[in-house]
Design a protein around this ligand. Structure first.
Ligand code: MCA
Ligand code: AMP
Length: 449
């Protein structure tokens, strides 16, 4: 699957730069083989997925060994780490990038690799309630998705791909690392996705979540430095139209949006060289079929889809997997969408108020509420996503509590779950509004102020 590691593009001393460290394909292959030897035979293995060459060597090593890779969010607290390790059965592993096996051995190719229908990745992602679920993805699904994107974006070995996204989600890991290794494009991972780092990287192809693009648009000098690029791609959440227009004005490029999910990989995208309209995510990729499950008379409804890029299921949760599909086998995205006359899709919202997207991270309200309720001073909690100019949505927690401050509760969630799941705002209320059945009426909490 990782063509660059067969030597197909020759070696390059600067094939990958991650947070300022540069390495060649051959050195990556050597380090990945050492990982593969370490993890061989394990049911799955986990690595603290910092933005580093070590994480990339681990991900490649897993593919070589045929052992599913479980990237742990580096900002995860003990509760989240323990949940992921227990749920996946993964062996926690450390990677020493300097340790090499069979270095200098392009001739023998990257290694046997898994049967392509075996699980290659287990990525943890939030549902509306409960702890995150493991999404099982095969090498086949990943390869099918990357090949579709190669066509859509005219992605090639002459490209230098630049991004600074986390390596424990599809965007940064599958597109941002495996994509570079399948196409032979150079990869510059900036460590963090700051406007200054994107500007300094001199890429031809840039990936970002809308928060990253909005910060770049707010930094005209950095944006101008991207004007030599070929393609700017936005995804993981909706790109606001004003950000689209600012980017176009500052870079001369119309950013291409694409839509996906951890469970489906990227399924709908704009095309390089094609017409791009703000607020739209393009058309289905080859092999993907979509449909809108709309009420009679409505032209928007739940987006459902099928195709070769879909996951194999939620690890150990057959009921949740079954519930994610319609009776006739289409995946229910939970996103509300419409399709323009020319087949171009627009994502207009989420079916569930309990699924929050903040900075491109998917966060289930129930998970944050449970964490807050674990605090001895919190009697009740309701969590919503309120509109935010920087993050798209920001996590706001309404709590009934005494003897504790907002920052203390924010730190409590950051320490237990993940830093990126912390409420950005805590509002103390006398009671959570509830209906006659006792269910929180969160719509009443959605007004800002
Ligand atoms: C602040 N910090 C704290 C606290 N408050 N730490 C602990 N406790 C606290 N109470 C510190 C952190 O340690 C960190 O420090 C700093 O604040 C910034 O934290 P963070 O919240 O991460 O920064 P941000 O500026 O809000 O992040 C914006 C971001 C980030 C960089 C855009 O949201 C991001 O990387 N998003 C990408 C998400 C993504 O890749 N999603 C793809 C999902 P320090 O900086 O020192 O560490 S895949 C997907 O959606 C599908 C398939 C698709 O379509 O792509
Ligand atoms: P995740 O599983 O973290 O990958 O999040 C998937 C969700 O991100 C989708 O269900 C959408 O709600 C959202 N999403 C991804 N890409 C886009 C996009 N281009 N526009 C709007 N929403 C998006």
């Amino acid at each position: 699957m990782l063509t660059a590691l067969t030597g197909a593009y020759g070696d390059r001393p600067d094939a990958l730069t991650v947070a300022g460290r540069t390495t060649s394909y051959e050195a990556l292959l050597g380090a990945a083989r050492a990982v593969a030897a370490d993890v061989a035979g394990a049911p799955a293995f986990a690595v603290t997925a910092t933005a580093s060459l070590e994480t990339i060597a681990a991900a490649v090593g897993g593919l070589l060994a045929g052992v599913p890779f479980v990237p742990l969010p580096p900002d995860a607290g003990p509760a989240e780490r323990e949940h992921i390790l227990r749920d996946s059965g993964a062996v926690l592993t450390e990677v020493d990038f300097a340790r090499r096996a069979d270095a200098g051995a392009f001739a023998t190719g990257p290694g046997p690799g898994p049967a392509s229908s075996d699980p290659a990745l287990i990525l943890y992602t939030s549902g509306t309630t409960g702890p995150p679920k493991g999404v099982v993805l095969t090498a086949d699904a990943v390869a099918a998705d990357l090949d579709a994107l190669v066509g859509a974006w005219q992605w090639n070995a002459e490209d230098t791909l630049v991004h600074g996204l986390p390596l424990f989600h599809v965007h940064g890991l599958v597109l941002g690392v495996f994509g570079a290794l399948r196409t032979g494009s150079r990869l510059v991972h900036t460590g963090r996705p700051t406007p200054e780092a994107y500007a300094a990287a001199g890429g031809s192809l840039y990936f970002g979540v809308p928060t990253v693009w909005s910060r770049i648009a707010g930094s005209p000098q950095a944006a101008a430095a991207l004007s030599g690029a070929r393609l700017l791609v936005s995804g993981s959440a909706a790109l606001p139209a004003p950000v689209f227009r600012d980017l176009e004005r500052l870079t001369g490029l119309r950013p291409v949006e694409r839509y996906g999910m951890t469970e489906t990989l990227i399924t709908v995208s704009g095309r390089a060289g094609g017409e791009v309209r703000p607020g739209t995510v393009g058309t289905p990729l080859p092999g993907i079929r979509t449909r809108i499950a709309a009420e009679p008379g409505a032209d928007i409804g739940e987006l459902q889809l099928t195709g070769p890029t879909l996951f194999s299921g939620y690890l150990g949760r057959p009921e949740a997997t079954a519930a994610a599909f319609t009776e006739d086998g289409w995946f229910r995205t939970g996103d509300i969408a419409g399709v323009d006359e020319d087949g171009v899709h627009r994502i207009v919202g989420r079916a569930s108020i309990d699924m929050i997207k903040s900075g491109g991270y998917r966060i289930g309200a129930g998970e944050i509420e449970n964490a807050l309720l674990d605090h001895p001073r919190v009697a009740e909690a309701a969590v919503v996503g309120l509109p935010d100019p920087d993050l798209g949505q920001r996590i706001v927690a309404f709590v009934v509590a005494e003897g504790v401050t907002g920052p203390e509760l924010t730190d409590f969630v950051a320490a237990h779950l993940s830093v990126h799941k912390r409420p950005r705002e805590v509002r103390f209320v006398a009671a959570i509004p509830r209906n006659a059945m006792g269910k929180p009426q969160k719509k009443l909490l959605l007004t800002d102020g």
